[in-house]
Design a protein around this ligand. Sequence first.
Ligand code: MG
Ligand code: MG
Length: 629
Amino acid sequence: MKTSIATVSISGDLREKLAAIAAAGFDGVEIFENDFLTFDGSPAEVGRMVRDHGLEITLFQPFRDFEGMPEPQRTSAMDRAERKFDLMAELGTDLMLVCSNVSPLALGGIDRAAADIRELGERAAKRSLRIGYEALAWGRHISDHRDAWEVVRRADHPNAGLILDSFHTLARKIDVGSIRAIPGDKIFIVQLADAPLIDMDLLYWSRHFRNMPGEGDLPVTEFMRAVAATGYDGPLSLEIFNDQFRGGSPRSIAVDGRRSLIYLMDQVARAEPAISIDVPEIPDRVEAQGIEFVEFAANEQEAQELGTLFEAMGFAAVARHRNKEVTLYRQGAVNLVVNTEKEGFAHSSYLVHGTSAYAIGLKVADATATVERARALGADIFEQRHGPGELAIPAIRGVGGGVLYFVDGKTEGVWEIEFEPTGSDAGDSAFRSIDHVAQTMNYEEMLTWILFYTSIFQVHKSPMVDVVDPAGLVRSQVIENASGSLRLTLNGAENRKTLAGTFIAETFGSSVQHIAFRTGDIFKTARRLRDRGFKPLVISPNYFDDIAARFGLEGGFVETLRDLNILYDRDGHGEFFQFYSGNFGEAFFFEIVERRGGYRGYGAANAPFRIAAQRRMLRPRGMPRATRP
Ligand code: MG
Ligand code: MG
């Protein structure tokens, strides 16, 4: 599999783009004419720069408004092409993209277009170059790959072929099965892009909202399965116009791009076992069986405060690490670990983010296979020196800089092997499991997180919902598996004034904003926690009047909810109850939930009330942030 990406997909100047593309492991680049025009070097220098990075130029693009023109425009289009051929020779690339004509002057007519493509192919052949013809979804007469293929077929020239672009085909909902009838050797390059489903003008949608395969809603895998059936084995080239990417980090967008292609072809190879596809064989997407633990980094004082809060929630400090300053708190099957070491990754994480949940341990069937898949998809492996008698638990770096550990049958004895019991019982057993973990990031980084999780794990993403914070919008998207054993809610903050944005600013990008525990009886749990001195987040009394009316709830029941600060929601499947802790410092908080029946959501409708309550608790504006040692 040869991978390529258009320079237009990435931010930065040409130098930065090429460095990021090469570092991410691509084989080639499409040079977008504008990137080249705004660069202060000659075409030969650009060509050299590309090759110095170990890349090849897979395509020069775009050449516009060419076919089907009347005279004198036809002659001048041919002359224009000759000048681009000069440029391509200097750059050192042999393939030019000709996109279908959008000019109002274009005359139309398949045979006229074919004659022009044939002549251009002939001119290209004289210089040992090739041209590829692409149907733009908004082309004046040719807007469908089936018609573009008919033009190329009739042009019947070895140096003239077809270019397929998943966006143009899928945006118009053209049957991808039609691709299977095209000979693979007449497809000169395949461009790939996904996009969120938005009903808007095709050109605007394409220029601003394309994203990496797997990040959007288009059936790019189906498209690529059809391409694979033709026997095409040329470059797979990402051509992504996206406003966020243009402002994003070149390095991270390039890594996402390469990850998206590996993930895409992995899915294609699995779906088309009869077709030989040149793609590395990697372990299948991983089923996370649950969250084994969450680990916090803290200093000693905050570790104590955290321990007090855990105990108020019914946890007990059941064990201490034999060699490290690490305490295990447990309740039922929920493990919370507090690490106050003065060296190692937890400590560096503490220095950067303050007290935070920097690591999550996931239960999987095979931790080694999990890491192998993650590594193949470009994730960074996390390794830390471990002492004698300590287990090496396989781990990777998460997107936000945290750590994801993978615990399987080989390492599940970690609590007995590395830890010494304190003699305390395992606390209360009101919490059955971790229901979900909420991670917060800048909105621009959300797609990176989504692709990371969906490509490594067997999870699906729910539609994005908007949560209104008085200071702006927060975009929320759920990543979960079918059994509910892994549920993550991702919150993308559009600005720093929202509560989620403040969290990112105050904790320098720390990602776990809240952890939700699941209980079987929320009323009993809320009362028990109250008796233990737990202070729930106080919800406005008006909220309860509202839900009483909205859901037709009975008076006594609503009074109990109000008394215990329990928020309520209901969907077609069941009911949901939730209450929160206050903020711990300015960072994270905890949530306790009960799901009744088959309720599938996360109480999104209640989020504005939770945010308003938390805002009331926040320090007044302008006060300095608590100093940390
Ligand atoms: Mg294209
Ligand atoms: Mg929640």
